[in-house]
Design a protein around this ligand. Structure first.
Ligand code: BGC
Length: 807
């Protein structure tokens, strides 16, 4: 066992020994052994007691963005305190402490993006080795697996890469609600539903933290659009905030104890997220018991850093001089020092934040003396990227069982996206991966692909692609569709057995998508392509399969009847082409289900009229965003108001069929145990088809009508079967706690389960028509939790702006 003794030092006459145990060797992925969190806190307290207020404040402010030379923003390497083994591509740091006179020697901590893997610089000057991260499927695709173990495995693999590349914190997972499909960062998030989002995030955190690195759940809270992301003021009722936008965070805090929470850029109800005490202290710490550190998003807020610290946002990122580019010469550290000297920021507040930051810093590989290898097992992780992605792929349509296609099939592969295949989204969530298998190569590895048509696409791509750098974070590659006449298309269709059309859509940080052709809608070229291929194929009795390699959903109603099968692959990571071919060939029986509803038209979306906000001061910029649909986000809206959708939340087909036995109420302790009670159900699921497959069973509960407005039904539990062979069955059991059954009553500041008869639909999707419910009763009201009166309230100037009610 190694022991690092940071220092033996004298304070007065007391000798203080500081040490952290490590028991790891290079390449070992087990968690670093060491003290439990209480002991880390005690150590942090004793160390902070030996620091000056200035040393403490230096830990509360990052040294500035991207100290690497290829970024254009501020660089301030001198401000970075005590970094050991710096890693090119690190996007932020927590300063360490080095003081010869007190003997303190705490290493700076290195923070790494992004959601779908680890993003560091893959090549280094004068070094022939490479440092690629594995590009895993984006979070939406991982959530579409509804498989918590897979998400945990991916989290663990990412954590291992962070640790083996010498970093300490993962700046993910993001779990903002997919309120509107046009949010440019939806791919980094899981779902329109808070339960699914929270459970996925908790699994990701548990996976990553199991190897001894920190995870950071973000962006707290309501970062649901990229338009004016640095300042937009989101007006959200306390009930919608708690039930929809914060509930997943609450779950993740309770079930995975993340080392960090990252506050959002945006304002909520008139307060910057990172400067709102209601959020960062009253709710997050006092109500939920979070004891980790809270950091800001990079350059978030209006530059009032003392307010940030006082709100409970302990760490200002990226800190340093980089802030100048937005707020003039505001230097965060200087501002804190001034505030301290003037008494505006008191010693106790600084100390509390310093203890919280240091408690986590001490746990990190950098402070545990971990000898990283720079050699994570990228081969094993590529395999995990492939299997995890293929488990999330959603089969939306499969008329006459056109899929899977036989390996002997000759494929006419259309669409520029087959060569311009997207592994992930752009921005901080992008990963510098060693390669991306494009769809064409993936298909060619498992089928015979028309080589003349492939060559045509490859040549067109080489000659016409454009590459745009996005802030040094990503390279955006775009390319038009090659011009193909209907006659040429017919020829290719004639010469092959089946047509596959790949459609791609990227999206990115900092920009929302548009309800326009080429984005939420098909472009004219794509519409024509689908039309021409379908006409030619159907005239010859051949089938057309569309693959959607998209960052988020697109409109489908206008074209889906023209094609025979639709495969929603989202952004599947670096093995993209292999993943898609695995599903088309039947190597993998698809078992993904939608984590967001697909509306018939953009106008049907409950936030269609409010997204992405309004420009109230006529300066040409959106500044205020009214969440006027309240709790009616996604399926909660469509199901309650009988608004038809193209595909419902929770929907996905398989190459086999599953039959459910009669669901049973196993137990109901709600009446005897109140807030500690739960209700349990079970159902038998049998594979009644011809191939092995997995199914996802969902429990939607309809509450009786009571005092509070309620959606028709809400997802309260789910489970995924094992891979069931034909005729095999499995009994799934679901528990719904009183806490998850409850709704927030803003008038009484309580989470309550109202009395009456509840109906539980054990269902294949959120569409529960024809599903016979199991009922259970709650005899008297259960108060599950008390919350802080007045917390999270709307600004006084806002009246009743919620326009959607179910009463
Ligand atoms: C993003 C965060 C990210 C951070 C560091 C910000 O612009 O919003 O999600 O972790 O940059 O790259």
């Amino acid at each position: 066992m190694n022991k690092i003794t940071l220092m033996a030092t004298a304070i007065g006459s007391v000798i203080v020994l500081v040490g952290c145990e490590t028991g790891t060797t290079s390449g070992d992925t087990s968690p670093l052994t060491g003290a439990g969190s209480e002991t880390f806190r005690e150590k942090a307290e004793s160390l902070v007691a030996r620091m000056s207020a200035y040393e403490q404040m230096n830990m509360l402010v990052g040294p500035g963005y991207a100290l690497q030379p290829d970024f254009s923003f501020g660089t301030n390497y001198e401000a970075l305190t005590n970094v050991k083994n710096d890693i090119p591509g690190t996007v932020g740091y927590i300063n360490g402490v080095y003081n010869e006179s007190t003997g303190l020697d705490i290493a700076a901590v290195k923070l790494a993006d992004g959601a779908a893997g680890v993003r560091i610089d893959p090549v280094r000057d004068g070094d022939s080795d490479t440092y690629y991260g594995t590009a895993f499927p984006v979070s939406t695709l991982l959530a579409s697996t509804w498989n918590l173990d897979i998400q945990a495995a991916v989290g663990r693999a990412i954590g291992t890469e962070i640790k083996e590349y010498g970093l300490d914190f993962w700046l993910a997972p993001g779990l903002n609600i997919q309120r509107n499909p046009l949010n440019g960062r939806n791919f980094e998030y899981y779902s329109e539903d808070p339960l699914l989002s929270g459970m996925m995030a908790a699994s990701a955190v548990n996976g990553a933290q199991s190897v001894g690195v920190g995870a950071t759940v973000k962006h707290f809270v309501a970062n649901n659009a990229e338009t004016s992301r640095n300042f937009v003021n989101n007006i959200i009722s306390p009930r919608a905030l708690r039930e929809i936008y914060m509930r997943g965070f609450e779950y993740a805090v309770a079930e995975s104890n993340p080392w960090a929470v990252m506050t959002a850029m945006n304002q909520v109800n008139g307060h910057y997220s990172g400067q709102w005490r209601d959020l960062n202290t009253t709710v997050l710490r006092d109500e939920w018991g979070f004891d980790g550190l809270v950091m800001s998003d990079w350059w978030a807020g209006d530059g009032n850093y003392p307010e940030m610290i006082r709100s409970g946002n302990d760490l200002i990122e990226s800190g340093g001089v980089a802030l100048a580019y937005r707020y003039g010469e505001v230097d965060a550290l200087q501002q804190l020092e001034n505030a301290y000297e003037s008494g505006e920021l008191d010693e106790e507040t600084i100390k509390s934040s310093a203890v919280r930051v240091l408690t986590q810093s001490l746990k990190t590989p950098s402070n545990q003396g971990y000898e990283f290898s720079s050699r994570p097992d990228l081969v094993a992780h590529a395999a995990l990227s492939r299997t995890s992605a293929s488990e999330g792929i959603i089969l939306l349509k499969n008329d006459s069982d056109v899929l899977p296609i036989d390996r002997s099939s000759r494929i006419a592969s259309f669409g520029i996206n087959q060569v311009n295949t997207l592994k992930g989204g752009y921005g901080s969530g992008d990963v510098n991966a060693a390669y991306t298998v494009n769809i064409l190569d993936g298909l060619a590895a498992q089928f015979t692909v028309d080589s003349e048509l492939s060559a045509l696409y490859q040549d067109h791509f080489s000659a016409n692609k454009s590459e745009t750098d996005f802030n040094g974070l990503s390279t955006i590659i775009e390319c038009s569709e090659p011009p193909l006449t209907p006659l040429e298309i017919e020829d290719y269709v004639t010469g092959n057995d089946v047509a596959v059309i790949s459609i791609g859509r990227y999206s990115m940080q900092g920009r929302d998508r548009a309800n326009a052709e080429g984005d939420f809608l098909l472009s004219a070229d794509e519409s024509n392509l689908i039309e021409d291929v379908a006409t030619a194929a159907h005239a010859q009795g051949k089938k057309v399969i569309v693959v959607l390699n998209v960052a988020s959903i697109i409109e489908m109603e206008s074209w889906q009847d023209n094609v025979d099968a639709i495969v929603l692959a989202y952004l599947p990571g670096q093995e993209a082409g292999n993943v898609i071919a695995d599903v088309l060939s039947g190597e993998v029986n698809p078992s993904g289900k939608l984590t967001q509803s697909i509306p018939v038209a953009y106008a049907d979306i409950p936030s269609a009229s409010s997204f992405p906000g309004v420009d109230t001061d006529a300066d040409g910029k959106v500044d205020t965003h009214y969440y006027n649909e309240g709790i009616y986000v996604g399926y909660r809206y469509y199901d309650t108001f009988d608004q038809p959708v193209s595909y419902p939340f929770g929907f996905g087909l398989s190459y086999t069929d599953f039959e459910y036995g009669s669901p049973l109420l196993v137990d109901n302790t709600l009446n005897s145990e109140g807030a500690q009670g739960k209700v349990s159900f079970s159902v038998d699921v049998t594979n009644i088809g011809g191939v092995a497959g997995k199914d996802i069973v969902q429990v939607y509960i309809a509450a009786p009508s009571g005092r509070l407005d309620k959606p028709a039904a809400e997802l309260k539990a789910f489970a995924k079967t094992a891979l069931l062979a034909p005729a095999e069955d499995q009994t799934l059991v679901f528990d719904v706690t009183a806490k998850w059954l409850s709704s927030f009553d803003p008038a009484r500041n309580q989470w309550v389960v109202e009395p009456g008869l509840y109906r539980a639909y054990i269902s294949k999707s959120s569409e529960t028509d024809g599903v016979y419910p199991v009922t259970f009763s709650v005899t008297s009201e259960i108060v599950v939790d008390e919350t802080t009166p007045g917390a999270l309230s709307l600004p006084d100037t806002v009246g009743d702006f919620e326009t959607v009610h179910n009463d």
